[in-house]
Design a protein around this ligand. Sequence first.
Ligand code: ADP
Ligand code: ZN
Ligand code: ZN
Length: 761
Amino acid sequence: MIAEVIIDRSSKKLNRTFDYNIPKEIEDIVIIGSTVLVPFGNAKTLEEAYVVGIKQSTNFEVKDIAKVKHNLTEKQIRLAKWMSKKYFCNVSECIKLMSAPGSKRKNEVKEKTINSIYLAKDIEEIEFEIHSGKIKSEKQKRALEFLKENEGATVGEVEMFTDCSNAILKTLEKNGYIEFVEKKIERNPLENKEVEKTQKLELTEEQKIAFDKINASIQENRYEEFLLYGVTGSGKTEVYLQLIEKVLEKEKTAIMLVPEISLTPQTINRFISRFGKEKIAVLHSKLSIGERYDEWNKIKEGKANIVIGARSAIFAPTENIGIIIIDEEHDSSYKSESSPRYNAKEIASILGKHGDFPVVLGSATPDISTFYKATAGKQTEKTISSDSNNKNNAINKNITLLTLTKRANNASLPEVEIVDLKQELAQGNRGVLSTSLYEAMQKNLQDKKQTILFLNRRGFSTFIMCRECGYTVKCKNCNISMTYHRFENKLKCHYCGFEQKVVTTCPNCNSNKIRYFGTGTQKIEEEVNKIFPNATTIRMDVDTVTKKNSHEEILEKFKNDNIDILIGTQMIVKGHHFPNVTLVGVIAADTSLNIDDYRANERTFQILTQVAGRAGRERIKGKVIIQTYNPDNFSIDLAQKQNYEDFYNIEIALRKQLKYPPFCDIIVISFTGTNQKELISTSEYVYKYLENKMDKQKFSIFRPVPSPIDKIQNKIRWRMIIKGKMTAKAYEDINECLANVYSKSIKNTKVWADVNPNNMV
Ligand code: ADP
Ligand code: ZN
Ligand code: ZN
């Protein structure tokens, strides 16, 4: 018998099968899905490979498979092949997502603290240096490849999984690729949890209707997709808990996805206190690889039948799923922004369809496209044809809408006030706090209540300009403004981390009229400390949240030490419960409106609604004050009224008029590199190829142009955009085009495609 295998390497040229002979003695254990070791090319060591097909004979002269390791299922291999077409990536990259984290692991005893390794540059940069041949040592490359997926692995783990010596790691550290971080480890992430048991609550009428509909589909083993749409506190989680109970009664497994940032002890505790910790496995990127390996096995061996995790937990190794729940389904973290660029919601649909179980999406502010499918969008689209199974074809099916309109524990929604900053200015108030917000904060301090101030911009000043000649200070590696950080007294680039000394005279005209504009979280903290000298404050943003000082710890400190004022970015928005917070101030609601993205309104509405949801979740009524220069903008106005449906109606009409998703897809083909000539000729090739192949009645194909941020870390960035509804043929054309590009001898340029990416800059 002959096996068709895919070599486990990310090289684009190796995204094809190779034939190997299956020796007689292992014939009955090699199946589709097996991981095997094979001799490959001139490599001295054996290569890991995946069996994706088995046949009687081959026309080639073939070598023997050397060894069989663990197995994946045929179903998983089918999914991986489908993903590789749909997300324009290698089959082996998809298989990796489904395989146990690491495989050579020995049992080892771990100390209380351990030296973990983190990447010191961003992944893109490292991939680029591997790709462009800057890193030559195979061992170094292996260690970096490994760390890309297993940041936080211990020194021992890296040595063991990659066969690298400590000396190699030291070299990588010296050359600035990795850093060692001393950290405390907890072998079993749930080990020390003692949580009081909770009983299920009697469901409200609305909860009951939702529960019954979904439960019917669990009991009938039927695939159906639901949108559970309900304000924060409307009791969605209670519905999930009771559905999971039904799934466990059927001896099946429940997968519950939450955004990475809300994967907090509080979230997990709610599940533990209902079901006990033995049944629960937690999967996320903060676990060490050893912990992840254990959790993975707990699922595979059927010991844990509730999986809670971030995006990649959708690939948890269980064959009898009874439900997949995706909470905060609008969250952008469900779509991967690095290869494979998959969307966990799409994978959930496919798994549900093949496994005959329901998929539940939950949100207070659903993704516009999801709500469209749950209301107006009665379309059944053919998207991509897979090898054999046409069940995969229609992934855009309808969604059943279930609504929770009331808060479950009778807490009232907070009062939201909008303050027009233009009027404040007209009245001579140039400070960061409007009169209204100032007074509310003062009252809150007197009442010993806590306040949260939200601003979506870190640092102190956001741009630095010469008033004489208009020169702005930009990063020398990236084409974007530097941000002033007062505490460190430095200018920093938020894209590449480049730092430079403060500028006082203009590098262009030598004038000393250099001025610092804009407001960041640091400046807010300083102002607040001046205005309220007796108040305690804490700041949470990318600068204060480090690997050692997690956002979880900052929030715990805010809560437990009863700090008066928390000042933070985006990170404060999600999933936390602060009983003593009664006031939330949004310093400038406009920041997310000005982003260069068709989702700017949607993002603004979601952020403001979620921030508002942080106030007054208990009996005390909360207040939210939103400061803005655009009080008439509909996303701000309707966030004030907490009116998702009116927001949706306006936004969907705009999307239709301008032809944006869900009415079409936006395909972005990206090019990065340092060799401009090669990059441009590659992009021209792609453009001409697709322009020639694709149906111009259905697709608008735009010329390659520099990206809005056209340089990051000295790499030129270009992109081309295609607008239209994706079809099976369009997927084929783009895949074919990329395969052609990869087979040409492009040394310097990286090319990839993504459908509806999160990030458009
Ligand atoms: P969501 O997930 O929509 O934010 P939760 O499930 O967290 O809502 O519920 C909010 C609060 O209401 C929680 O404190 C929860 O215990 C309570 N709650 C939920 N359902 C009920 C119910 N049927 N009866 C009483 N309290 C409930
Ligand atoms: Zn100047
Ligand atoms: Zn930079």
